[in-house]
Design a protein around this ligand. Structure first.
Ligand code: PLP
Length: 244
């Protein structure tokens, strides 16, 4: 399963090669990368099947929870459709034990409208990411890599790294800039995976300790973006918000 984390599409070619060699299926998690392109092909069309989330905060969000699955495999599509409808293809006949996970039609209507804006919204996110990349010059801050093909990233998240993450987060919060941490606890340290808790993944642990997500959205104004850049460039370890 490939997770196109933060909106950046995974390097699919080597993954697909390994999958072919071992006769594996590739499932994409496109929850953060709706609209991204890899070598001209949309995320969600790069493996055998893909899962999308339309949780309100995603690049296309519904007005409540929603999601979908894409696949080119007609038999799988039939199976998934039936599974989401009590395991039934024909009313009141249940071929298998299914679920009720149909998307309601109000959500579908909203998503159909928003889909038309997706590429423009993603382009607006790219402009914010570009401005951050050009403008942020604080040596305490490590910026994310920008792919050579801009369409490979739809910037669901703009993740920076900094050694004193919680300090920077508090500083930004005091000057009115909200940030998030994606994600505070690595999978092998989650209680749900306690069977892994004695394993050590130092790179992963470091990323989880240092990551901070800056504001990014298609509706941010240039002034708002500049304010974030100025606040970050004015930041140092002794920084107090009065410095601004
Ligand atoms: C949001 C998200 C999910 C879960 O989506 P739901 O709609 O809550 O099921 C899965 N994977 C990633 C990477 C996400 O960002």
């Amino acid at each position: 399963m490939t997770v196109h984390l933060y909106g950046r599409v995974c390097s699919m070619q080597p993954i697909t090669e390994v999958a072919k060699r071992y006769n594996l299926k590739v499932i994409e998690d496109v929850a953060q990368a709706q609209g991204a392109l890899y070598r001209g092909v949309r995320a969600g069309h790069l493996g055998d099947a893909a899962g999308f989330s339309f949780y309100p905060g995603k690049n296309i969000g519904a007005l409540g929870d929603a999601g979908c699955i894409t696949t080119d495999d007609a038999a799988l599509a039939d199976y998934v459709r039936a599974m989401s409808n009590y395991g039934s293809k024909e009313k009141y006949l249940n071929e298998m034990k299914g679920l009720n996970s149909r998307m309601d039609e109000i959500q579908a209507a909203v998503l159909c409208l928003k889909l038309k804006r997706l590429d423009a919204d993603n382009e607006a996110r790219r402009q914010v990411a570009l401005a951050y990349g050009k403008g942020i010059s604080n040596p305490l801050i490590t910026l994310p890599q920008v792919p050579s093909t801009a369409e490979e990233n739809v910037w669901h998240v703009y993740p920076i790294r900094t050694p004193e993450r919680d300090h920077l987060r508090e500083y930004l919060s005091r000057v009115g800039i909200e940030t998030m941490v994606h994600y505070p606890v690595p999978p092998h340290r989650q209680q749900a995976y306690s069977e892994w808790s004695n394993l050590s993944f130092p790179i992963s642990e470091r990323i989880h300790r240092e990551e901070l997500s800056l504001p990014i959205s298609p509706v941010m104004t240039e002034q708002e973006v500049q304010r974030v850049i100025e606040a970050l460039n004015a930041y140092n370890i002794e920084a107090s918000p009065d410095a601004l």
